[in-house]
Design a protein around this ligand. Structure first.
Ligand code: BDR
Ligand code: CA
Length: 342
């Protein structure tokens, strides 16, 4: 049986790679791609998602424009990371497919209600669309199969401020609504995804196949690689969003721990910071044992609560990056072979 998936995106180079991984995965039934403003403005994100789907002849998959702006804060985009268009140096033709008329928020609600207990929702963008879907139709909380979110920086510096990861920073109020919604959630934080990197040798391997697909991946990631080199001094680029999608395919690659995660949304100084609360059985965290999948010494110094709030997410604490990258590159190769250059 195929896995029904809804991808909520802000394409974005790594969002585009997540879309391609979904298309390259026969186990998945990608129902729709919904889009919010994030890495680039909404209209550009919609155009990018449509072009990526057209590249692999999947125009039949609807791309539904959702909400353009965060709930309360002003727009915050990431042209320095993803390029002016959102897709680095890649230039794709516009899709000729008719525009989907359904709003992204309504698409999420309908897909979840149509197939209770069957849809994996994978948000890899600011959580604005998801938050508004919850507010508009609260019953989706009870029917979604799982929600796998890319976002947050739990025990590492953020990639947008020193405290906050991009998706949670852009719309912390939406993140608060989602994190406190009661949906069955897995959180894949920047802690994990920053180390899931594509390197030039992966791109060279893909370029051995002459295809518009490999040409696209190379042109998009060339910008992304340059950004990572300039910003972080690393030779690879973090492909965050495909990691969240991968957990629908290969959950065994992740180790998770049930914990409490909240987000700071009312302080300008620390806005977007995720807060991991201590939720073990003891009143005080033990000093020398493993509590959350981290060794005790690795625990973040953010907050250790004595109130023991209820767990709300499964936090990915470890991930088999090597196996994933090999599978990702293999799937991109297989996809590219389906579309040789004319
Ligand atoms: C997240 O921020 C965006 O720039 C990426 O697309 C990813 O979803 C990583 O922090
Ligand atoms: Ca994204």
């Amino acid at each position: 049986m195929t896995i029904r998936v809804l991808l909520d995106t802000d394409p974005g180079i790594d969002d585009a790679l997540a879309i391609l991984l979904a298309i390259a995965s026969p186990e998945l039934d990608l129902r729709a791609v919904t889009v919010t403003g994030g890495n680039c403005p909404l209209a550009a994100g919609v155009a990018n998602a449509r072009s990526v789907l057209a590249l692999v002849q999947q125009q039949r998959i609807p791309v539904c424009a959702g909400v353009a702006l965060p709930l309360i804060r002003p727009a915050f985009t990431a042209a320095e990371t993803h390029g002016a268009s959102g897709l680095g140096y890649a230039i794709l033709p516009q899709s000729a497919a008719p525009f989907a008329s359904e709003h992204g928020v309504d698409c999420i609600i309908r897909e979840l209600l149509d197939a209770p207990g069957q849809v994996s929702l994978v948000p890899v963008a600011p959580l604005t669309n998801i938050a508004l879907a919850i507010r508009k139709e609260p019953s989706i909380v009870d029917v979604v199969k799982e929600v796998i979110i890319m976002g947050g920086a739990v025990r590492v510096d953020g990639n947008t401020t020193s405290l906050a990861e991009f998706n949670f920073f852009v719309d912390p109020h939406a993140a608060h609504i989602v994190l406190t919604s009661g949906m069955p959630m897995t959180l894949v934080p920047w802690d994990i995804t920053r180390d899931v990197m594509l390197y030039q040798h992966h791109i060279d391997r893909l370029l051995a196949i002459d295809s518009p697909v490999t040409e696209f991946i190379a042109a998009a990631t060339r910008f992304y690689l340059d950004f990572h080199q300039a910003s972080f001094g690393v030779a690879g680029c973090s492909i965050n969003d495909p990691v969240a999608l991968a957990l629908t395919l290969w959950p065994e690659l992740a180790t998770t721990q049930s914990v409490r995660i909240d987000i700071e949304y009312s302080s300008e100084l620390t806005i977007g910071k995720t807060v991991l609360s201590y939720v073990g059985d003891a009143t005080h965290p033990p000093r020398d044992t493993d509590m959350t999948g981290y060794a005790a010494a690795e625990w973040p110094a953010t907050w250790r609560s004595k109130q023991r709030p209820a767990h709300n997410v499964k936090l990915v604490t470890h991930f088999d990056t090597e196996t994933f990258i090999e599978r990702f590159v293999s799937r991109m190769e297989a996809l590219a072979r389906l579309f040789p250059r004319d």
